[in-house]
Design a protein around this ligand. Structure first.
Ligand SMILES: [Zn+2]
Length: 477
């Protein structure tokens, strides 16, 4: 593996050269083992040696979620993206030193290519796709985690609490491997559903944990619970979000919680990842952008027509694996929209790793709900996140879309459940929210006040893998 300590400060043009070299070798020596891409190259009449630089990738068509998702006829399409060398392919495509190694040593081949660890993409179970890791990949997952801890500036004496829900998902396992890679004392709690929030807050206190990682909505809930129970969490210096989009306003709310419970100048940082990308990327400072690993992936940003945009211009994030095994993707369209990618030196940490702008609109979240038809008009439900998360008088909230009287032939209703802060004036809050929601969505919501405990239960804060912020209870006719 490349020396990351040097790589992260290399001049951008050197990084580009290095990426071209890794990409060239990866396409020539590994991509022939991918049934999907082997076929795709052939169909488009592209030779493996035709891809010499990251600019040459433009010759390849994009890979989309639809290419990977199972179909009725082909339930295991995800396997077509897994590198599967055989004797024939090895003798044809492996470089000479590897050819001997592979053909003589089966354990070596197993280490590099045998899938041993899956993560599942989130989404409705039927469409959930396994992304496979080999032992070789897990070592890279550990390395990426170690790098991430470096970018967070976590020292070897820190104590980490992993509050991501225990699941075959990247967020939990990236944290596990990051802590292992950086050699940090870490408690992997499994989140509220496994260990329970009360126990987790008590353990943060007794272990004097310095770093807390988890999903944004859950961490907010956890810190509020800590405040109520009067836990002393003054040891916490870093809160790391992952797993989903972080509304900017939530960072401020989290910091407000941390200050009174004794934490001094806590950093609230975020990570970005998608399952197909196989590892997560971190900010070094709030809103600094996500620092990616140029020897592990190539990220390009494209416009609506699929044309690559310039540095700092908005577009969709497109991902290409570099030198991974197991499941690999070339020009994978994530559906996530960023404000841009930057190649210059990071003004904060001085690293020259490419950075994806921190402002990302994620497609994976509430994809089916993002633009939802309510009363016949399309409503962007992401609007609710910024309104609700930023409001100082709102403790918790949930949006439910239902049919009046639960009658499928009736009209749609949008109900907003609110648990206001103790000192808030609910009537005033209700009027303010109603006019803001009408202005932004043209829908008149019904606003219902609930006790915090009742709303937390509705959200499934202690029982669900991820809290249910937006619920569509309309029965399909
Ligand atoms: Zn930085």
């Amino acid at each position: 593996m490349i020396n990351f300590h040097q790589l992260q400060y290399l001049k951008p043009e050197k990084i580009k050269q290095l990426q071209n070299k890794i990409l060239r070798n990866f396409i020539k020596n590994q991509i022939p083992y991918s049934p999907f891409y082997h076929k795709l190259f052939k169909k488009n009449n592209i030779k493996f040696y035709n891809i010499k630089t990251t600019d040459d990738l433009k010759k390849l068509p994009f890979t989309t979620k639809a290419d990977i998702a199972p179909t009725y006829k082909h339930k295991k399409r995800f396997l077509d993206f897994v590198l599967q060398p055989n004797k024939n392919l090895i003798s044809k495509h492996a470089p000479i030193h590897k050819k001997i190694k592979y053909l003589l040593s089966e354990p070596h081949l197993y280490y590099e290519y045998k899938p041993i660890h899956p993560h599942f993409t989130t989404g409705r179970t039927a469409n959930s796709v396994p992304i496979l890791y080999t032992a070789f990949d897990l070592q890279r997952l550990e390395e990426s985690g170690k790098r991430m801890m470096g970018i967070f500036d976590v020292s070897k004496d820190e104590v980490v609490i992993n509050a991501f829900p225990y699941a075959p998902h990247l967020a939990f396992w990236q944290t596990y491997y990051a802590a292992k890679g950086a050699n940090l004392l870490t408690l992997h709690t499994g989140g509220g559903r496994i260990l329970g929030t009360e126990k987790i807050t008590a353990l943060i206190e007794s272990m004097k944990a310095t770093c807390l990682a988890g999903m944004p909505g859950y961490l907010y809930h956890l810190l509020r619970a800590a405040e109520e129970q009067k836990n002393n969490l003054s040891s916490l210096g870093l809160v790391v979000f992952g797993g989903e989009r972080v509304p900017v306003e939530l960072r401020g709310k989290i910091r407000q919680f941390l200050k009174p419970i004794g934490s001094k100048a806590p950093a609230v940082l975020s990570t970005y990842a998608f399952t197909e990308g196989k590892c997560a990327w971190a900010e070094c400072y709030e809103e600094s952008g996500y620092h990616i690993y140029p020897d592990f992936e190539f990220i390009e940003v494209v416009d609506k027509n699929g044309e690559r945009v310039n540095e700092g211009e908005e577009g969709e994030i497109v991902y290409t694996s570099l030198d991974w095994r197991g499941s690999v993707f070339l020009r994978y369209k994530t559906g996530d929209i960023t404000k841009g990618i930057y190649y210059g030196r990071c003004p904060n940490c001085k690293r020259t790793l490419p950075r994806i702008d921190s402002s990302i609109e994620r497609s994976s979240e509430y994809k089916e709900l993002k633009l939802t038809k309510i009363k016949g008009s399309l409503v962007n439900l992401n609007t609710f996140f910024s309104i609700m998360m930023s409001h100082k008088d709102i403790e918790e909230w949930q949006v439910e879309i239902k049919k009046r009287n639960n009658d499928p032939y009736e009209i749609d209703q949008l109900i907003l459940y609110i648990s206001p802060k103790k000192k808030a004036n609910f009537e005033k809050l209700r009027n303010e929210l109603r006019s803001r929601i009408i202005a932004e969505t043209e829908i008149t919501p019904e606003i219902v006040k609930l006790q915090l405990a009742e709303l937390l239960e509705k959200l499934g804060m202690e029982t669900e893998l991820k809290e249910k912020r937006i619920v569509d209870s309309r029965k399909k006719v």
